[in-house]
Ligand binder design. Structure first.
Ligand code: SAH
Length: 371
């Protein structure tokens, strides 16, 4: 399960770690800043573009680091709102990164707000009953460089559309860690990657625009609360009582609601920000009025926002989304007690790009592409 690439990705280096490597090589340490500037600000696509570096240093970099730990194999646009990037890692594992655009009224698509959904593992060990990502179990964790490279790939693709690229900024507005995998089960790589994305020598991307979604690993939620960078937190609740939740989420056995809810509360107290509770609506599983009432109580106690997501059907799984009327009835129970609630009309259904259900199709795509 542990995978060590032949060459570590350059996108997994921090300014400190790269400075140290250069020092060991007898290189001047200011080179580290120059190199990272080429990677993140100038979006260089090869070592040779780094023209202010001596040739022998470029050769050493080439021999030492992998420039592209995640290579684009296929970019598939669904509608004008969702793009799915299929990326291949150096062990040939496939992962997906999704670009979700929210078009703004009256302006072109180049001005849309872009949210990027990233993956943190190949597969997933959580085994949530409704989710495609966990069907085949966990293959391995992504390393920090592979997580960061997903965002750089988005920049390569989007730079042409946005004037922000000319200012050497990220070509997107928000990151949601809601793709394949359980991010808090790959904690150290996740935090290292997000630190790189946030750093002024990296993409300089604000921590408050990064949302980490978890199935509810309580000790890691408490650890995350102590991180200096204030990331946003979303919890995949999906059941408002232990009875319902543990039927569909095995993680609830180790961390039932009586442990999970205080951890969420501790997180929001530390950060003073609203946490999001995600609740997939699955017909006859968790969509009763009694569940809505129990959810309303939890959300009110936590001062949380609720995101209702009509279930996306997964090939091979029996679950269905409730009727629109039933979705509305459920939402209305929350609205009646003034819980802030969003009933999501999901984007990207037509290209299987809904976050969290990415893997299955990916393997089939590869077969079809013969890559
Ligand atoms: N492991 C993390 C992040 C990945 S899942 C977590 O559990 O939060 C991202 C979100 O997509 C989760 O809320 C997950 O429950 C949801 N999801 C998974 N399968 C889905 C499906 N078929 N339809 C709708 N949402 C789904």
């Amino acid at each position: 399960m542990k995978y060590t690439p032949a060459k570590p990705p350059i996108t997994g280096e921090t300014l400190d770690s790269l400075t140290e490597r250069l020092r060991e090589q007898g290189e001047p340490t200011f080179r580290a800043k120059q190199i990272l500037e080429w990677v993140y600000k100038k979006r260089a696509r090869s070592w040779d573009e780094m023209t202010n570096l001596p040739k022998p240093l470029r050769a050493w970099l080439d021999a030492t680091f992998d420039f592209f730990p995640a290579k684009l194999v296929l970019g598939k646009q669904s509608t004008d709102v969702t793009d799915k990037l299929l990326l291949e890692l150096s062990d040939r594992s496939l992962i997906e990164t999704v670009i979700i655009r929210a078009p703004q009224d009256g302006v072109g698509i180049e001005h849309s707000r872009k949210t990027i959904c990233i993956s943190t593992q190949v597969g997933c060990a959580m085994a949530c009953a409704f989710c495609a990502s966990g069907l085949a179990g966990l293959k391995r964790d992504l390393n920090a460089g592979e997580i960061v490279a997903q965002l750089l790939n988005v920049c390569y693709r989007e730079d042409a559309l946005t004037p922000r690229a000319r200012m050497e900024l990220a070509s997107f507005d928000n990151i949601v860690v809601m793709g394949m995998g359980e991010p808090l089960a790959n904690y150290d790589n996740l935090i290292r990657a997000l630190t790189i994305l946030n750093a002024p020598w990296g993409l300089g991307f604000g921590a408050r625009r990064i949302t980490i979604s978890t199935s509810g690993l309580v000790p890691k939620i408490l650890k995350l609360a102590d991180e200096p960078l204030g990331f946003r937190l979303a919890i995949s609740l999906h059941g408002a009582t232990d009875e319902v939740r543990e039927k569909i989420m095995p993680v609830n056995k180790a961390f039932p609601l009586e442990k999970l809810i205080p951890a969420i509360s501790a997180f929001s107290e530390k950060h003073g920000r609203m946490v999001t509770l995600e609740f997939i609506l699955i017909e006859d599983v968790n969509d009763s009025i009694a569940q809505a009432e129990a959810l309303a109580d939890i959300a009110r106690d936590l001062h949380a926002h609720v995101n209702l997501i009509p279930y996306n059907t997964v090939e091979g799984l029996p679950w269905k989304r409730p009727s629109v009327q039933r979705q509305e009835d459920f939402a209305n129970v929350l609205r009646a007690v003034r819980v802030p609630v969003t009933l999501r009309r999901e984007k990207g259904h037509d290209i299987d790009a809904a976050c969290g259900q990415l893997r299955l199709k990916t393997e089939k795509d590869r077969d079809a592409l013969a890559v």
